[in-house]
Design a protein around this ligand. Structure first.
Ligand SMILES: Nc1ncnc2c1ncn2[C@@H]1O[C@H](COP(=O)(O)OP(=O)(O)OP(=O)(O)O)[C@@H](O)[C@H]1O
Length: 251
């Protein structure tokens, strides 16, 4: 197994004259939570969109488990082992929690499995869905309609749907957005447990949560890497304090 799950080399994305992501080289290792932080407009979501194949880079390269995916589609990237969640929750509200997870599992069925019909195929998908719900802490509400879940549970369901695609790396875009203290505490525990089996790239504005869970933090400002290091190195960085942590806009 590659010691690096996800790697970018001098990744750039321009929108016209704006360099939203500029020369970014980062890594995500197995069982590591690598947090990306930075003020609004720093380029965090653009970077995640590049990694998930939803945007094409202007230049630079992306590797998943050592294989180049720079110009792959979102579907191909997903098949390579990347799962992502979005700032806004993306779930099927009228369906049950279990049906949501099962649909996600089905969406990533390898082509070879499509020819296997009936019970064994169904049992494969059901087992994937059940395992994903268990890992996301949602086993107890598998039969509930998704629209009746709390905001925090809906965010957990989105993560479960991601897990149902059997990714090795998770790209999580603000999983704590809109959560109260109790929901945030639960999500922090969930992130720690997910890191036992996944590399995680985490974009999050909740600095308490970031400093609790991250093994490594990269700070982006104006599309550029300002600093990258352990939480204590970032906490003690004068450059980070003056550009970001020192001002109150980040929360
Ligand atoms: N599709 C686009 N077309 C043009 N400019 C864009 C596009 N997407 C993002 N940008 C610009 O790129 C810059 C980086 O935006 P991005 O959304 O990646 O920042 P961010 O760090 O995720 O911000 P936030 O924390 O507010 O989500 C911003 O100036 C934004 O306006």
């Amino acid at each position: 197994m590659s010691p690096v799950r996800l790697r970018t080399v001098k990744l750039c994305k321009r929108f016209g004259g704006l360099a939203a992501v500029s020369d970014i080289s980062i890594e995500v290792r197995p069982r590591e939570i690598h947090a990306l932080i930075g003020p609004n407009g720093a380029g965090k979501s653009t970077l995640i969109n590049l990694l998930s194949g939803e945007l094409r880079p202007t230049s630079g390269s992306i590797y998943i488990d050592g294989r180049e995916t720079t110009n792959c589609t979102a579907y191909q990237v997903s098949q390579s082992g990347i799962g992502r969640t979005y700032q806004k929750t993306n779930i099927f509200l009228p369906f049950t929690v279990f049906e949501n997870a099962r649909l996600a599992a089905q969406s990533r069925l390898p082509t070879s499995m499509r020819f296997i019909r009936d019970a064994s195929r169904n049992e494969f998908l059901n087992e994937r869905a059940r395992a994903a719900l268990a890992a996301a802490g949602l086993n107890h509400c598998a039969e509930r309609i998704a629209s009746t879940l709390s905001h925090g549970e809906q965010r957990q369901l989105e993560i479960a749907m991601c897990l149902a695609t059997a990714p090795s790396v998770l790209l999580l875009d603000e999983p704590l957005a809109g959560m109260g203290a109790d929901e945030s505490a639960l999500m922090v525990e969930l992130l720690k447990s997910l890191a036992h089996n996944h590399g995680i790239l985490l974009v999050e504005h909740d600095m308490d949560a970031v400093f609790q869970v991250a093994d490594r933090i990269t700070v982006l400002v104006n599309g550029q890497k300002l600093e990258s290091g352990t939480p204590s190195a970032i906490r003690n960085s004068a450059a980070v304090h003056s550009a970001y942590l020192g001002n109150d806009d980040h929360a």
